[in-house]
Write a protein that binds this ligand. Sequence first.
Ligand SMILES: [Fe+2]
Length: 315
Amino acid sequence: MTIEITTFAPFGCRIKGVDFSAPLSVDVKSAIRQAWVDNGIAVIEDCPSDEAHLDLSRCFGEPQPAATAKLNLKSNPYIMALNQDENTPVNLFEVDGEQRTGWLGWHWDQAFMPEIVRGAVLRALEPAKIGGETGFIHGGDAYDRLSPAMKERIDGLDIVYHFNGAQERNRFGYPKSLKLVERDANQAASIEQYMNDFPPVVHPLVITQPESGRRVLKLSPMHVQYVLGWERAASDELLEELAEHLVDERYAYFHSWTKNDAVAWDNWSVIHSAKGVPPGVIRRAQRTTIMGDYKLGRYLDEGLALDDHAERLVD
Ligand SMILES: [Fe+2]
């Protein structure tokens, strides 16, 4: 099998010609993985089934059930359903004057966990007829764009995150125009429950991408709370400046989906966002979650062990 890899601006690569009719060979997996590491995201065309999705995911590491367990398929906990359809609880926003369901601000996945996953592979089953784009920004490029003074200022800082599923409550790197229009009562109760379930965690603000040695601005605007050990006003000022720098959409790639596209992102170097769809527009997708060996996060409460969450991952 010959695969064709092309890069695009501002970052990322597209991979064509992957034959999913049999398990992927070691060589093909290695080539796909390297392209993903080098480019932060890889768009793989024509991924036709759950089995192909899981085989592709193993290019990047071992899939695991996602932390928000109730989204995982009952038939296969290693695949998470991300749908906007008649069964999706109402969670409607207005952004820049337009109503959107499924809207998500810029984030890396599972910032609210101490051991964040290495990556994820999102596959379109039924792309939205209107909207539904997924955005990506490279945290390594964002770090490179910082001034030398800022790089020095943020060196060694730790950031506290706490689960917040209520997008309108996020304060940094979010559109000022964002408003909640309507939220299903059970959805609102789930958000409060998750806030109790997931204790606050700490992650470094800058990390080193393991394969390339690149420094990465590792800030997730979703769930971020404050700079550990700083006065709140100074912390807010720094986070506001860094988040605005990071979410500069001049440097974003927005993927418009075709059925059976699979997009893999390196969760240690790339943030992403979802533009959502207008009310009533259907969109169906599935995601796998790839474990890694992060070892940089911890619970804020030093009495909690890293594996205290293990049971919840599979419940
Ligand atoms: Fe995400």
